[in-house]
Design a protein around this ligand. Sequence first.
Ligand code: G3P
Ligand code: CA
Length: 245
Amino acid sequence: MLKQQPLIIAHRGAKGEAPENTLAAFKLGMDQGCDAIELDIHLTSDRHIVVIHDATVDRTSTGSGEVQAMTLAELKKLDTGIWFSEAFAGEEIPTLAEVLELVPPKIMINIEMKGTPGETGLVQVLVDLLREKQRIDSVVVSSFDHAALYKLKELEPSLRIGLLYMKERLSPADVKREALAEIFSLHPHREWITPEYVAEALEQGWILYPWTVNEEDQLREMLSAGVAGMITDYPGRLRRMLDHA
Ligand code: G3P
Ligand code: CA
């Protein structure tokens, strides 16, 4: 066994084997032994937080249109399982509140804010929901919109935030210069990771959760580089590897 095992973070649930961002995918990730779940959120026109990746429902449901232009009742009529497989027919687009009911606090949830969260009001609605459900301490909120993360941190200083970025967009030293708020984690694309990069990040005080790490050779590469966790479509695959390490 490895001394300190990295967190297994199920990307959009166990996205490789179930329809992404559904309760079925989150349940499967937990059954496969994940430590954490990554998911994506948008705000509906009537200000509910729903769990879906794209700005529209077209790719992952039986409907069409922009999430932010639809009410929760309209979204709930759509099937978000059948596009993946008939075995998942009947899956609904979940609200974040429903996911918080399903997933116990011991499983960390990495909530990724999509769209323009600072402008839509998503940031405030998210803080209110996490306070109501007493889940401030069991989540990490990430986004490519760093200004929105800093706003979130101002509203609720004890929330953990993680910066998402693409390859070559940020080095940990750049983050140190950029940071206006306390950052918990960095979420770079996996191609950016080397042992030197991990060491540089740790020196600046941040841990790394790279994405999306799926193939066995990639998983092994991240393990030997020493990352704190991996965002993967196949949490069961990583669990088996760690159990035999
Ligand atoms: O949070 C990491 C990863 O999920 C970011 O990319 O497109 O899968 O949301 P995407
Ligand atoms: Ca995501």
